[in-house]
Design a protein around this ligand. Structure first.
Ligand SMILES: [Fe+2]
Length: 166
């Protein structure tokens, strides 16, 4: 199968600043980052709405699985911010499902405009929400993946990485 392939710069580059310091969660976040990059590539090389909507569906499905994993960890470990974090998850699911509906019903077209929305959507989840439970999880003995950086330091690294360096 020969397929025309252009190199598209990733929308989100995985860097250490995105690590919450917990292996399993980081691995799942990498999958979300990868799906965002696939949507980015599909839009850039104009793969069409079928392909892009299929990847978006994978993103929604995987996000639900990922949130369920996080929520069960929070429950098991007795995280005090559980209810609040769960509400944030519902909001994020709602936002991306609303977008998905608009695309499927033709109220909105697939375009480059979606990309900053999706990037912010993911960043809000990882940077502002998950960074807040990570220290608690680690304190409870969840396996760490990397030397711990303060959330402020991670945010700074993320904000200052342009996504160009590898
Ligand atoms: Fe997460």
């Amino acid at each position: 199968m020969s397929q025309h392939h252009e190199t598209v710069a990733p929308l989100v580059e995985w860097t250490q600043s995105l690590s919450v310091g917990i292996q399993e969660i980081d691995d799942q976040h990498r999958v979300l980052v990868d799906l965002l990059n696939q949507i980015n590539e599909a839009i850039h090389v104009d793969h069409g709405s079928d392909v892009t909507n299929a990847i978006l569906k994978d993103l929604v499905d995987y996000t639900k699985i990922h949130f369920a994993v996080e929520e069960s960890l929070m429950r098991v470990l007795g995280y005090p911010g559980y209810e609040e974090h769960k509400d944030r998850h519902q909001e994020l699911i709602h936002e991306v499902e609303t977008l998905q509906d608009k695309l499927l019903t033709g109220q909105k077209g697939l375009s480059f405009e979606l990309l900053p929305f999706l990037k912010m959507w993911l960043m809000r989840h990882i940077m502002s929400e998950d960074m807040s439970y990570a220290p608690f999880f680690l304190e409870k003995g969840v396996i760490a993946s990397s030397p711990h950086l303060s959330p402020g330091r991670r945010l700074w690294q993320f904000m200052t990485s342009s996504g160009r360096h590898r």
